[in-house]
Unconditional design. Structure first.
Length: 132
């Protein structure tokens, strides 16, 4: 019976995470365009930096870019203005660091992994205190 209870708890936790993701996703859609303009995913038709071109030609890196941009949008739409500024400053610093990778796919991949972890942790903190 203990195993069944553990599985049910895990199922409830999973459902809770899905609900939080849907709520946060819905809030992202309603975020103002001014906030969304703080970071825009790479427009591959305008990519000029070697790092951007590498991301545009690598499917996995493109997926990491999309995930990171989505997390950034959600997190910045849910925090107070002061925190939003701090997150934006950290994003600009991260972009400089990422761009130092040049065409090194492993370096770019690690940069995204690290940034996604930071943003996911921030989102987890928001969800644990939740506006809901």
């Amino acid at each position: 019976m203990l195993i069944g209870k553990v599985h049910r708890r895990a199922d409830f936790a999973l459902v809770g995470c899905v609900v939080v993701a849907l709520v946060l996703g819905g809030l992202m859609v309603t975020a103002s365009s001014a906030r969304a303009a703080e970071y825009a995913p790479i427009d591959c038709s305008k990519a000029t930096l070697p790092t951007e071109q590498t991301i545009c030609h690598d499917y996995a890196l493109g997926q990491s870019e999309a995930r990171m941009a989505t997390l950034f949008g959600i997190v910045t739409s849910l925090v107070a203005m002061g925190q939003r500024g701090d997150i934006g400053d950290a994003q600009r610093q991260w972009l400089k660091s990422r761009d130092q990778c040049g065409t090194d796919v492993a370096c770019i991949s690690k940069a995204y992994k690290d940034r996604i972890q930071v943003l996911a942790t921030a989102m987890d903190n928001i969800a644990s205190h939740g506006p809901f």
